[in-house]
Design a protein around this ligand. Structure first.
Ligand code: CTP
Length: 401
């Protein structure tokens, strides 16, 4: 049910606008309060009177009401909404959303909305397949917008293929599932290690690595969006999530990360080891800057403590521990070995041999392996979707579904 949920529906100029009428009826029937913004062209496809009658609210099209000069505040609309659902979304509107064009109320509201955004595209098959459209869809997904993929079937052009807006029932179900997922981890605490560690050589130099912390940040964002409390233990990186129910613990070295993880782990239901922890640290860190003297400099390194393995030893029966494995060769074998030796429940394997996967990229290609040996391979995707896949797998495992 959608009782008490505030939903803005954005309708753009597509023949599929007629389906928005049924969609609004379904959402209202399921308990949602719906306000509707139409683009000027959308009014040519379905009348505002029909839509206003169904949503029981006046339709918003212009920045202000020409009769009395009342301002339609896109900022207030954005704050009112729990969800902004743009259905149908034309190729034109998605391109404008992707690039930040703000030439109608639907778009200014998109730019100021703080709530989650769902988008149901509708267009002809060739427009849908065009690299420009696909890239715009990818940009919106990267930004965390949820795309309800177009369906395949007969199109208004008479052609048949992928491009039809999904059926209203399917979209309404997706909306319900979306709201349900926001509460999936309510009351759960998730500990995440993220980013690189810096091991000091002297006051101005360190041994570090290329980890950007993007993967850890994306996982934190998904858990926060699904109601969890997140303890985010991060090495030095700019990629730090924002949100309520979030504790950020900033550390520099592997030893500091280890100490923080061990002290917070007892309160965690789930721990995700996404950090690229240095395996070795200088045995001696000089208090003063090392001078350039002699022909060579030898640094003696000692191993750091393995945080994941330590938590694996301390893990209680109901705690879930997830590690990552970044491999260059014998990937599956090495990952399985790490999973067992560190006492993990899952390991997320990514191979440096996959283009677009690993450090620094916005995308990643992973295989999630469970301790039972079961493994699920995923396609190359933006990191926020990889994060959603990882969180889904953990949820399925925890709920036994
Ligand atoms: N890890 C950790 N503490 C360390 C080293 C690694 O918690 N000191 C965690 C990582 O966060 C990751 C997993 O262990 O979840 C595997 O990290 P990886 O660097 O791939 O494995 P290592 O055990 O360091 O093995 P190697 O570098 O030899 O492949």
């Amino acid at each position: 049910m959608l009782k008490g949920k505030h939903i803005i529906i954005g309708i753009t100029g597509s023949i599929a606008a007629y389906k928005a009428a049924t969609l609004i009826r379904l959402l209202v029937k399921r308990g949602a309060e719906v306000k509707v913004i139409m683009t000027p062209l959308a009014k040519e496809f379905i009348t505002p009177l029909t839509i206003a009658t169904l949503c029981k609210n006046p339709i918003l099209v212009d920045f202000y009401n020409p009769e009395n000069g009342d301002w339609n505040s896109h900022v207030d609309l954005g704050l009112w909404a729990d969800l902004y659902l743009i259905a149908p979304a034309t190729a034109n509107t998605m391109a404008k959303m992707a690039t930040g064009v703000a030439d109608n109320l639907l778009l200014t509201t998109y730019l100021s909305a703080k709530c989650p955004v769902m988008v149901a595209p509708a267009m002809d098959l060739d427009m849908y397949q065009h690299p420009a459209t696909q890239q715009n869809i990818c940009t919106l997904q990267n930004r965390g917008n949820v795309i309800i993929e177009a369906a395949t079937g007969e199109l208004a052009s008479g052609l048949s293929g992928k491009g039809r807006m999904e059926e209203p029932e399917v979209i309404a179900d997706a909306v319900e599932r979306f709201f349900a997922s926001q509460r999936r981890f309510e009351g759960k605490t998730v500990l995440i290690t993220s980013g690189p560690t810096y091991e000091p050589i002297d006051p101005v130099r360190f041994i570090g690595n290329y980890s950007s912390g993007k993967m850890g940040k994306s996982i934190a964002e998904v858990f926060l969006a699904q109601g969890a409390n997140v303890i985010f233990i991060t090495g030095p990186t700019a990629n730090i999530p924002l949100g309520d129910n979030l504790d950020v613990v900033k550390v520099k070295t592997a030893a500091e990360m280890h100490a923080a993880a061990v002290s917070y782990f007892p309160s965690a239901d789930i721990a995700i080891m996404a950090a690229a922890v240095a395996d070795f640290t200088p045995e001696i860190s000089s208090d003063t800057k090392i001078k350039r003297e002699g022909d060579s400099l030898t640094l003696v390194l000692k191993p750091t403590k393995d945080i994941a393995a330590e938590l694996g030893k301390q893990k209680g029966p109901s705690q879930v521990l997830v590690g990552f494995a970044l491999e260059t060769n014998n990937e599956a074998q090495n990952a399985a070995k790490k999973l067992a030796s560190k006492g993990l429940d899952f390991i997320v394997l990514n191979s440096l041999n996959d283009t677009g996967a690993g450090f620094g990229f916005d995308t990643n290609k992973v295989t999630i392996i469970h301790k039972s040996g079961e493994s699920v391979p995923f396609d190359l995707k933006p990191k926020n979707q990889v994060a959603a896949d990882i969180v889904d797998v953990i949820h399925r495992y925890q709920s036994g579904s």
